[in-house]
Design a protein around this ligand. Structure first.
Ligand SMILES: C[C@@H](O)CC(=O)SCCNC(=O)CCNC(=O)[C@H](O)C(C)(C)COP(=O)(O)OP(=O)(O)OC[C@H]1O[C@@H](n2cnc3c(N)ncnc32)[C@H](O)[C@@H]1OP(=O)(O)O
Length: 678
């Protein structure tokens, strides 16, 4: 491992020392790299044959920032001292204040500490599409190597705050327009131009600029205060429950008031405080959890190669089908969209066009790519175009007989390698494939609406689904920019099943029915369809709560026994949060107990991406472990006695509460062998 992590230095006849960061895949700043940079810089500054320095990254990338694994280590040990120091000794003292000029040669990406290294240099040369950013706040921390001070001095305070607080990347092309990048060139020219630029600085033919000392882009103090005040208000709105946004603004303000060096000193202190915050623990967990979902034992670790999925048929052009088709088209995959009649087909094609236009409006698709996507779409009213498809995704209404007949048909018509996928959100795949003999090719491709926007793709496998089919669908998922999570086959699969209780927790039965809706219907409250439900609906007016519905709710409360002594129970916000989410955690425990998911972290990511669970809580199970299995078990037990079995703790939860093992802890070998579903 250490062999592939190294910093190299070559001193050319021109007197330029080329220092290169090598740490595949993104040249992350592992402690070995930081130490190596210090060593090479010390040597370069000391050698008489070195006039100037160029810093770059290997394999087409500059640097993806500090090694986030080190954060995980700090979280495991609580020992902040293992964080290598780079801000003062390396960036400020050796690079920026060193007696020889440094130029950064940037391609691919320069993020976080990587971008901070470039800002310690006296000039930056880049390829136009290189991605530049300070995404530290997405990890619950702030830039920790001078970025909070140098970026505002290079691009101005408003842009710097936008880049840091929204973790917004810019291209080097935009960086040039903003004066952050000194020159753009092709990858082939990059090192040559950077060497020349560094020598020009050394010979005083180009300015030798130390970013930390610049004030020309900072504006006046009153302007800075106004910008910071606006940013604080915005941060309060979008990140009220996270500490790093306000903390970042505090540090920026310190530098605006007392100078760049004072700001760097405060930054270092705040960075270390935030690294051990609950938010950072959760966000770093989510970072790695999101990248581990596609590590599927028995599928991605058996040297299988994904097949090329060139053409996909989507059956059903409704909301889901058209969204799925849109996602595939944007991923440059040809789509045959089949519907039952010309009207429905036309409607589906129109929806797809609308989706694509929406993506262009959002700035996430260029007009050229929209045209390319549309050119890959073909409409169909029969199966004649199915003879050469590599995958079919059925996205029709949730009626079992219809799905079964479709699968029987496509099995006959499609090529034998074709993957037969369904977008069903809850129906057992074995039931859907009952009338076929292709169980190895049947798989769930459960998208979340809107399918061309929501990042989660729940891949559902039965005991018979082949590893090849799973790998192929994972690969397609990645191509269309989804986060695939592989789950087992059961009613509701992992995400919907886990969150079924979320909508039912106010009700008293385990089997998810509720008399309230029946009572509403019995008292003539059909909702919008007859103008009254919980609200009164008048044409052209905003729905208004209907005070007369109270007697229906009181009757329901009486039947649900939530009015002891004739008065409704009073619940605090915390009570409500616990009564809604603890049953969800309880169901998640059953999902893990039955091995419907490979690992708890998959359920964390699925909850965040599929159900909007806060990422800064790390996902459902990560959060539940911060609350504690024992506490959750005690509350559910109490409510089960009061309100019935809906709240009855699962055996998995009970076992973890008793043993003290975290809910996320892997199952023991014995547990795994007795309850396998995957
Ligand atoms: C000093 C201070 O300012 C603190 C900092 O610098 S904090 C770190 C700041 N940097 C980041 O937040 C960048 C995080 N990484 C990304 O945004 C993306 O990985 C990427 C844009 C760099 C590349 O994206 P992509 O091409 O999609 O590849 P993956 O995300 O799948 O990543 C590939 C593997 O590289 C691992 N990895 C990426 N970045 C880091 C990192 N900074 N430290 C450690 N490891 C990193 C990632 O986990 C993937 O590993 P795997 O084993 O292949 O899953």
């Amino acid at each position: 491992m250490a062999g592939s992590i190294r910093v190299t230095m070559e001193v050319g006849a021109d007197g330029v020392a080329l220092i290169t960061i090598c740490n595949p895949p993104v040249n992350a700043l592992h402690p070995i790299i930081i130490e190596g940079l210090k060593e090479k810089y010390a040597e370069a500054l000391d050698r008489d044959d070195v006039k100037a320095i160029v810093l770059t990254g290997a394999a087409g990338k500059f640097c993806g920032g500090f090694d986030i694994n080190v954060f995980s280590k700090v979280h495991e040990t609580g020992d902040v001292s293992i964080l290598p120091e780079m801000s003062f000794e390396l960036v400020s003292n050796m690079m920026e204040d060193g007696k020889k000029p440094s130029v950064a040669a940037i391609q691919g990406l320069a993020l976080g500490g990587g971008l901070e290294l470039t800002m310690g240099c006296h000039a930056r040369i880049a390829t136009p599409e290189a991605q530049l950013g300070l995404p530290e706040l997405t990890l619950g921390v702030i830039p920790g190597a001078g970025g909070t001070q140098r970026l505002p001095r290079l691009v101005g305070l408003p842009k710097a705050i936008e880049m840091m607080l929204q973790s917004k990347f810019i291209t080097a092309k935009e960086g040039k327009e903003r004066g952050f990048i000194d020159a753009l060139c092709s990858p082939d020219e990059l090192i040559k131009m950077s060497r020349s630029w560094a020598l020009e600085i050394a010979n005083y033919r180009k300015p030798w600029i130390r970013s930390l000392g610049r004030t020309d882009r900072l504006g006046s103090l009153s302007e800075a205060r106004a910008v910071l005040s606006m940013a604080r208000q915005q941060a309060n709105k979008v990140a009220a429950n996270m500490p790093q946004h306000q903390a970042c603004l505090d540090v920026i303000e310190e530098g605006a008031l007392y100078g760049g060096h004072a700001g760097v000193v405060k930054e270092a202190k705040v960075f270390k405080e935030l690294v051990v915050s609950t938010t950072s623990r959760a966000l770093v967990h989510a970072f790695f959890a999101q990248r581990s979902t596609t590590k599927v034992p028995g599928v991605t670790d058996i040297q299988l190669k994904p097949r090329n999925i060139r053409k996909v048929a989507v059956i059903g052009g409704g909301l889901m089908g058209s969204g799925i088709a849109t996602a595939l088209l944007v991923g440059n995959i040809s789509v045959v969209l089949k519907e039952v009649n010309p009207q429905f087909l036309q409607r589906g094609q129109k929806t797809i066009a609308g989706n694509l236009e929406g993506l262009v409006k959002r700035g996430s698709l260029t007009k050229d790519k929209m045209s390319k996507a549309i050119s890959l779409l073909k409409g169909a009213l029969d199966y004649s175009d199915f003879k050469d498809v590599d995958m079919v995704i059925e996205a029709v209404i949730e009626k079992v007989p219809l799905k079964q007949s479709i699968f029987a048909d496509i099995e006959k018509i499609c090529p034998p390698h074709c993957i037969l996928a369904t977008n069903t959100s809850t129906i057992d795949l074995n039931v859907i494939g009952e009338k076929t003999n292709s169980q190895d090719r049947i798989i769930g491709a459960h998208f979340f609406s809107p399918a061309h926007i929501m990042p989660l793709l729940e891949i559902v496998r039965t005991e018979k689904t082949s590893p090849q089919a799973i790998l192929d669908l994972i690969t397609v998922g990645k191509i269309i920019k989804k986060i695939p999570v592989v789950v087992g086959n059961c009613t509701g699969f992992a995400v919907n099943r886990t969150f079924f209780p979320y909508t039912q927790a106010a009700f008293g039965t385990r089997n998810f029915n509720s008399v309230l809706v029946d009572l509403m219907a019995e008292t003539g409250r059909q909702g919008k369809s007859n103008g009254k439900g919980y609200y009164l609906y008048e044409k052209g007016a905003k729905p208004k709560p209907d005070p007369n519905v109270q007697h229906v709710i009181d009757e329901y409360r009486r039947q649900a026994k939530t009015m002891p002594g004739g008065k409704p129970v009073t619940l605090s916000d915390q009570d409500i949060l616990e009564m809604v989410f603890f049953p969800v955690v309880n169901e998640a425990c059953r999902v893990m107990d039955e091995n419907v998911v490979i690992r708890a972290a998959d359920l964390d990511i699925a909850s965040v991406l599929g159900m909007g669970f806060p990422k800064y809580r790390g996902g459902l199970i990560f959060w539940a472990d911060t609350v504690g299995a024992s506490y959750i078990h005690s509350k559910l037990s109490k409510w089960a006695e009061m309100y019935g079995d809906f709240f009855k703790p699962s055996s998995y939860l009970e076992e973890r509460a008793k043993s003290g093992r975290p809910l996320a802890a892997p199952r023991t070998a014995h547990q795994a062998s007795t309850r396998s579903r995957m």
